[in-house]
Design a protein around this ligand. Sequence first.
Ligand SMILES: [Zn+2]
Length: 339
Amino acid sequence: MRGVLLDRPGQVRIADRPDPVLLEPTDAVIRLAATCICGSDLWPYRGADPAEHMPMGHEYVGTVTEIGDAVSNIAVGDFVVGSFFASDNTCEICLAGYQSRCVHAVPMGAIATQAEYARVPLADGTLVATPGRPDSDLLPSLLAASDVLGTGWFAAVAAEAGPGKTVAVVGDGAVGLLGILAAKRLGAERIIAMSRHADRQELARRFGATDIVVERGDEGVERIKDLTSGLGAHSVIEAVGTQQSMMQAIRSARPGGHVGYVGVSHDVSLPGGELFFAEVHLHGGPAPVRRFLPELIDLIWNRAIDPGAVFDLTLPLDEAAEGYRAMDERRAIKVMLTL
Ligand SMILES: [Zn+2]
């Protein structure tokens, strides 16, 4: 089969990779309908994470082509969505809603889903079937549920966005934008998007942002304070993962407020003294997307939300290299790869 390979930073190509086969009785194999490029794929692409002949991708939707003997919740022919962590959905950690840290978790990045086919471990726990074969216009939104929507949703839940709350969102990538959508759905009263880019501000408003702050760092924090009677936001979503963005998020929250952080942390180190006196709740990590999938699929199926709008560039899998370039150069918010 064909699949994306990152030979070294900046060098993406389509390579022949072995067709996946069932390795465990709990596995399924899916034929992908679409996959996409994640903001986190840019870390190795830019050389910030190691990369050598690395198969890429962890987001996926598609049709089940094979199941192992122990798989009973899904069937061959089902159209399925899964998270970027495979999980059994039965251990104590899963049952508590933290499937991304399942005691048997398998990162789908190690499977590498920017490809024609993928093996999905723990298929019964990992995959959620849609009610039927989706119309093609639902494909982007279902694909978004596999990671960016679920991650933005978790960030909003972790930040305790809800009625009467002011939510500030640090990061205007796909996850930050969908954190806005989630905060809106959860009933937040006011949603402040921190963004300097006109196209992203427009999408932020479409998803429910009521205010835009273009300043970053301490200036951005001051603007959030200006908009919240000097107190800071009740809820802050952090969707970048750098020292600057994390401190911007913590400083934008009021005492007693909640920060939901989902940007993949890179060299973030929190100053204890400031953290102590900030008196904020911090909750985050790799999003347990599986917790939210049934609800998100339902909202998408009934066309109540349109998270697929974050895909502003769609290319065939064979043009993945151009997709990486477009995201790296910020010409695209998020790139969908079709098969
Ligand atoms: Zn588990």
